[in-house]
Write a protein that binds this ligand. Structure first.
Ligand code: KIV
Length: 298
């Protein structure tokens, strides 16, 4: 076979294995940054976040207009088939963060990338957290996320002082699912709600610029959002009063193999493609029609 035939074959064979072609950025879309997120909040524009774990889904989510992509340790369940996020390692997180970052950079994407510090990677000391945050940032993250309040304040301060943007995570914190006794709504009684309010303010004071509130009553999440000026709340099962929303990708694509959590909408219903489902999600979050407090919240 001649070289000519070979080169013709390679020209006509498309992009093997879904190789990501360089795409032009969404017209008029500025790269998402901390100042841009603050501007969105000030203008009352909701922040749309989705999880992604690989290059292709990340590039498609970006092209669909998703503002922030979370490389969540939920990959332990959806990619690795685990029962919880507890088994996810730093090595796993670096691998998936680098994959997502490549997808975004190669498609000239704009999304803000948040990567989870996994179980056991920040509890020993602020120094341990910094070392592991550096690995995620070097893999392409723009921000790291860690779970818990109170004891995490010193760590958040330490990271932020050294130039690492931090997203905190309160309410249902999946890494401590065994201590919490299951995936349950948090902050239901007044003392638990008050503790969440105090911890949120402390995390803002420490410099966290984003806060995921997971499975907390809608009224509590809305009041925490009002109290936090510099820290943008991102809700999941926390009602529609937060500054933004996040869902696990596989859940919103209807690919949850177990019982779909109450706070999820299957955006594949009525969509003709995965990108279409993601666009519908972004539009619903921005319009405030998702989540619907009557259906998706407590
Ligand atoms: O790991 C993850 O995907 C998360 C979201 C559920 C917020 O932390």
């Amino acid at each position: 076979m001649s070289n000519t035939t070979d080169s013709k074959a390679s020209v006509s064979s498309g992009t093997p294995y879904g190789t990501i072609p360089p795409a032009s950025p969404m017209p008029g879309r500025k790269p998402v940054s901390l100042p841009r997120l603050a501007q969105m909040r000030a203008q009352g524009e909701k922040i749309a976040m989705l999880t992604a774990y690989d290059a292709t889904f990340a590039a498609v989510a970006d092209a669909a207009g998703v503002d922030c992509i979370l490389i969540g340790d939920s990959l332990g369940m959806v990619c690795q088939g685990r029962h919880s996020t507890v088994g996810v390692t730093m090595e796993d997180m670096v691998y998936h963060t680098a994959s997502v970052a490549r997808g975004i950079h190669r498609s000239q994407g704009s999304a803000w990338l948040v990567a989870d510090l996994p179980y056991g990677s920040y509890a020993e000391s602020p120094e341990q957290a910094m070392r592991n945050a550096c690995s995620l940032m070097q893999a392409g993250a723009h921000m790291v996320k860690l779970e818990g309040g109170g004891w995490t304040v010193k760590t958040v301060e330490f990271l932020v002082a050294r130039g690492v943007p931090v997203c905190a995570h309160l309410g249902l914190t999946p890494q401590t699912v065994y201590a919490l006794g299951g995936y349950r709504v948090q902050g239901r009684d007044e003392s638990a709600a008050q503790l969440l309010r105090e911890q949120s303010l402390q995390l803002q004071e420490a410099g966290a610029s984003m806060l995921v509130l997971e499975m907390v009553p809608a009224s509590l999440a809305a009041s925490i959002t009002q109290e936090l000026v510099h820290c943008h709340t991102i809700g999941i099962g926390a009602g529609n009063g937060t500054a933004g929303q996040v869902l696990v990708l596989h859940d919103m694509l209807g690919m949850n193999l177990g019982k779909m959590p109450k706070f999820v909408r299957n955006f594949m219903e009525g969509a003709d493609s995965i990108k279409g489902a993601m666009q519908a999600y972004v539009q619903a979050v921005k319009a405030g029609s998702f989540p619907d407090n009557a259906l998706h919240a407590w």
